[in-house]
Design a protein around this ligand. Sequence first.
Ligand SMILES: Cc1ncc(COP(=O)(O)O)c(C=O)c1O
Ligand SMILES: N[C@@H](CCCC[NH3+])C(=O)O
Length: 475
Amino acid sequence: MSRSAHPAGPRHADVLPEGRYPGSTAPPADLNSLDPQVWAQTVRRSADGAVSVGGLDVRALAEEFGTPAYILDEADFRARCRAWRSAFGEGADVYYAGKAFLSRAVVRWLHEEGLNLDVCSGGELATALDAGMPPERIALHGNNKSSEEIDRAVGAGVGRIVLDSFQEIARVAHAARRHGRRQPVQIRVTVGVEAHTHEFIATAHEDQKFGLALAGSAAHPEAGGGPAAEAVRRVLQLDDLELTGIHSHIGSQIFDMAGFEVSARRVVGLLTAVRDEHGVELPEIDLGGGLGIAYTAEDDPSAPHDIAKALRDIVTRECEAAGLAVPRLSVEPGRAIVGPTAFTLYEVGTLKELEGLRTYVSVDGGMSDNIRTALYDAEYSVALVSRSSDAEPMLSRVVGKHCESGDIVVRDAFLPADLAPGDLLAVPATGAYCRSMASNYNHALRPPVVAVKDGAARTIVRRETEEDLLRLDVG
Ligand SMILES: Cc1ncc(COP(=O)(O)O)c(C=O)c1O
Ligand SMILES: N[C@@H](CCCC[NH3+])C(=O)O
């Protein structure tokens, strides 16, 4: 199992878990090397020791855009979109999960690369529509969509609304009637799988807020006798809704395909039960997102092609066994597309050496631009990028500037011992769930997202200003 997905409880205390540090992990052979699994595709270390991305030196990027900043490799983003599209082919749809990171530029790239988009709030929907995503290529998610959000989505003509509760069935039907539209919907089911990931990001076990349980009883999870089957009954009775399929999302940052296998089998089990009870074959299955990426050299994610083949094979096999026509498949990767395409560029401010233990390296951002370490115990890598160094490895903890001892960006890392204030550090694989979960804690100004491509850089989300903060403060 990957090191980045800790099923264990939180480790917020400043006491190290036994057996880890100091001395339990060897420093990497070469502190200057950049693992291509972890870094965006166009990242290179140049002959003079500094790192470049998209042909641009990070020192020049820091100079022009300031730090901290998320630097996003547009060519890599587009390449990953294409890889997912071609892996799944014409018989399937790839919905990019906008919650991972969304901006107008991202929407345009998705549109151009032929991907669809999953949104889960009015704000994400507004961004998608504003940037010109055709509504029929948008899916709306959420366990508590407001009536306004539902109404706006139906009115805009979104191609899919994923129903998450019994209450929502009536709300979406009401909006559809109001707009004189037969709204295509899927039903999100919880298939009873314990995904191997951090408990806060696992979503298909019973005891959590999402979806309608498949299981009639724990002993017969395939029986189709649970709330999901009841939701199917209710939706099929409503003329304003067109039930197109069943949706399952089992969690996030998952490497093991076994969970998807069980999920696919159980979803097909429900399709079979629906055919047997109603004489209807639902034409779509969505198996959600959740595919893991490499945050550290220990992580070894599968390629989209292998993931697509595994999912298609499972669905085909299960449908053939049940005598069902193979439904159209869709998936919703967020992290696996945008995660590896960006790194966060920081400047080192202060260093505090605790002899025999570690050195605390403080950077000019922190938990306001990356909450994942504090929230999920996530692991990250880090490298000195403004120069190379032959100095000895120094056991370090990269921390932010917030008033919180849990304000950790990279818990355990080796950096060169000659690290000094003014050096630039980069934390790779921060494209997903960093800017989108960023906060203004301590009135931090959320960093910009800078897209680089073919030697050119442009801001796609600008840095916040103090005026932005004060504009909201109307007291
Ligand atoms: C319904 C749904 N689809 C897709 C995703 C995207 O997940 P990931 O970014 O891990 O691929 C999520 C988030 O976990 C989700 O809740
Ligand atoms: N935000 C989470 C994952 C949840 C994804 C949305 N369902 C993360 O950073 O890993």
